[in-house]
Write a protein that binds this ligand. Structure first.
Ligand SMILES: Nc1nc2c(ncn2[C@H]2C[C@H](O)[C@@H](COP(=O)(O)OP(=O)(O)OP(=O)(O)O)O2)c(=O)[nH]1
Length: 218
């Protein structure tokens, strides 16, 4: 009797974000990481959602092209390779914020954000071969009414400089986020329930991506 072993699909995370990788690993998924390296500076869009979606698409497509070339060249085995690109932006009082350029920008933003709310949008694009599924997840974030001293101390940690919106929800900045309306993953940079839907759109289940249990040989 012939048996056909189902080779699980491979997920490639097209992101340098340690936060995204940790989210996937905590959810039982060990992604391969290929950073897109695209130039984000020249991309414009009418809305925050359009911007983060277009950036997610560009990141995923840049990596998907490299994966295809590697498969054609025989450097990668053919098989189901899924490439995920993400991008996060904060929409605040009509402005669209990515990462703050420097400490001064982070300080000024927090002086505007404190006691207010904003929307963290994360674009997701999943590509398999020449098929794409993409969407934006959004979470409302309510910021605490922090003092100038607290803001200065937070900026001095360096954390807000490297994250979209100049805050984290799962790091030091968590003390300055009073509540959210939506998923925490969306704020961190990747919505797992949305990833589950995008995988289903491409004919896969997120269960296939869970780390295969280490079966003892013999
Ligand atoms: N741990 C954590 N990281 C956050 C949070 N909010 C935003 N970030 C990080 C996730 C991403 O690394 C970064 C958002 O910037 P981007 O979407 O442009 O991704 P990044 O430049 O990091 O990498 P990529 O462009 O995808 O290669 O901010 C948060 O609440 N917690």
């Amino acid at each position: 009797m012939r048996t056909r072993t189902q080779v699980p699909p491979r997920l490639v995370l097209a992101s340098a974000s340690p936060a995204r990788r940790k989210l996937l690993q905590a959810a039982g998924i060990e992604p391969e990481v290929l950073v897109s390296g695209i130039d984000e500076s020249d991309i414009r869009a009418a809305t925050a959602e359009d911007l983060c979606l277009e950036l997610a698409r560009r990141k995923a497509q840049a990596v998907a092209d490299r994966v295809l070339a590697a498969i054609v060249a025989g450097h990668l085995p053919p098989g189901d390779t899924l490439v995920l690109g993400c991008d996060s932006v904060l929409e605040f009082q009509g402005e669209v914020y990515g990462k703050p350029g420097d400490a001064s920008e982070a300080f000024k933003r927090w002086q505007r954000m404190r006691g207010q709310w904003g929307v963290l949008h994360t674009g997701h694009c999943l590509i398999k071969g020449d098929v794409r599924a993409d969407a934006v997840a959004s979470t409302v974030v309510h910021f605490a009414d922090v003092s100038d001293e607290e803001i200065a101390a937070y900026v001095a940690t360096g954390e807000p400089l490297n994250v979209a919106g100049a805050f984290t929800i799962d790091g030091i900045g968590g003390a300055f986020v009073e509540r959210i309306e939506g998923t925490a993953g969306t704020v961190i940079g990747l919505s797992l329930p949305l990833l589950r839907e995008l995988l289903a759109d491409l004919g896969h289940s997120i269960v296939e991506l869970w780390r295969q249990p280490q079966t003892l040989e013999g």
